[in-house]
Design a protein around this ligand. Sequence first.
Ligand code: ADP
Length: 359
Amino acid sequence: MPYLTLKDINKIYPNGYHAVHNFNMEIEKGEFIVFVGPSGCGKSTTLRMIAGLEEISNGEFLINGKRANEMGPREREIAMVFQSYALYPQMTVFDNIAFGLTLQGVDEDVIEQKVKNTARILGLTDYLDRLPRALSGGQRQRVAIGRAIIRKVGVFLMDEPLSNLDAKQRVTMRSEIAQIHRETGATTIYVTHDQTEAMTLADRIVVMKEGYVQQIGTPYELYFQPENVFVAGFIGEPPMNFVRGTVKGGKLTFGDNVLDLTKKLGDKTARYEGKELVFGFRPESIELGRVDGAYQLEAVVELTEMLGDNTNIYITAGEEKAILKVDPHDTPELDEKIAFSVPVENVYVFDGETEQVIK
Ligand code: ADP
């Protein structure tokens, strides 16, 4: 039996706004799940319904197969780490972490041992006597996480826990959260709008858009087997390139380049004659030069961005634009006309109307 089950969960706010539509998912014990999508797509709303902070308008939420819709947050054995860490400024790190247990009247010896153990997991042992204002942002966030993980709960919910940190701290804290998850093995549901955080942390990712789940899968599945244009464009940085057009004679055009769809779609191509299709390829899955059997294209270099480990090349072909990611040693000149190839297996074709991938 799955640990958590979300069955056709819907949220309609009192003002009538339908924020989440038919969310379905089963979550196993110990999984690290990330909800990702642009701001306003319903991630926090879903998380808050799981936490018991927001009523479920329609559908069922089960814990170990038992209906939990009517359970309060405590009864659900769920702890939540919020975006703003809200520590008590006048309390030491020790007291902040111990707070929940102190409230419950837990034995002092037990509290001491638990706080020390939690501090060890979080690397806060040397900071237990400090006040929050004497900590870095990353350390404060760890105290907030400590406050949640010290209680023996079944599920940790994290809502954009890294959004108040600077870029460097975010990367450090990201690997720490992964480490904490390995140590505690606790089921975690994590909300972010950042696809890199999702890709690096998750066992499975839920991609959402405008209240609808777009795809659920491992980072590998989302990257290599995106089910629609939105997921294909959301996962990966820089995003996938898309060439949209009406199929004429089994072909699409990218500037002066002719893309023969039969190479990818075979016999299916005829079905799409006169219809709109989207031809997608990732910036990093191209090769410079001409490769036999691949889609061979030409374009003009408009801008290059040398990033150290790679160079992003912004190209144009007629009215069309795309980005290519190449080895910095292969960086072309501005305004140069370059040839590049896209292996057929690296091409994704989507139905222009439904935006679903054509398999
Ligand atoms: P996300 O976490 O993905 O940024 P939210 O779940 O916070 O998105 O919000 C989803 C949508 O629901 C947004 O359009 C938001 O404006 C709307 N919303 C959130 N809370 C309320 C509320 N209390 N009443 C009405 N609409 C709300």
